[in-house]
Write a new protein. Structure first.
Length: 201
């Protein structure tokens, strides 16, 4: 929208639109990869610390586990017996303490960074291509209006889909997403137009 506001040249709009799509998708993918990788590294560090504590201070770890079980509603005797049974096997003890004390699944550690990155790339690209498509088939105001309409439909659908998770009204969620997106597009178009006039002038 910003470039469309600055110039009506179709090739320029397509070039910058696709460049923005790739740049944004790569940025999102990289950010997601770093985020998940950092979370995994932190989880691995915490599990490593827990492993050391299990090896060096098994009695203290058993007492911690007993307290956790008591907090869950077991009697002191039941918690004592269960914690002792768990601590008999070091691997079971580490797995249990990681889950109960740290809230970490040692087998997952936050999921795959590559899966998160690829998914983020594809989702961003899928959304970013919507307003670009009309410029493949048209130019000028007609293409800009079609681009805005396509983006508007996509924004409403995304907002409506979000309502499945938030349990808010479909129309309310869709309309909110639409209005926010249109406001951003209008601001971007206006800025682009002002820059285009300034440069052209």
């Amino acid at each position: 929208m910003g470039v469309a506001g600055a110039t009506a040249d179709r090739s320029t709009i397509l070039l910058t639109g696709l460049a923005g799509l790739l740049a944004g998708a790569c940025s999102m993918a990289l950010g997601e990869w770093v985020s998940v990788t950092s979370a995994r590294e932190l989880a691995q560090r915490e599990v490593g610390i827990e492993r050391s504590e299990v090896e060096q201070n098994p009695t203290e770890e058993r007492e911690e586990l007993q307290l956790i079980y008591e907090a869950k509603g077991l009697t002191a005797n039941e918690a004592d017996r269960l914690s002792r049974a768990v601590m008999k096997d070091e691997r079971t003890a580490l797995d249990t303490l990681s889950r109960e004390e740290l809230g970490i699944d040692p087998d997952q550690l936050g999921g795959s960074a590559w899966t998160a990155a690829i998914t983020s790339f594809l989702l961003f690209a899928a959304g970013a291509i919507v307003p670009v498509v009309p410029f493949f088939f048209g130019t000028g105001t007609r293409a800009a209006v079609a681009s805005l309409a396509a983006a508007g439909v996509a924004l409403f659908v995304i907002g409506a889909a979000i309502s499945l998770f938030t349990r808010r009204g479909v129309v309310w969620s869709g309309t909110r997403q639409l209005l926010l997106g249109l406001a951003a597009a209008a601001a971007t178009y206006a800025i682009g137009h002002a820059v285009g006039v300034a440069i052209g002038g």
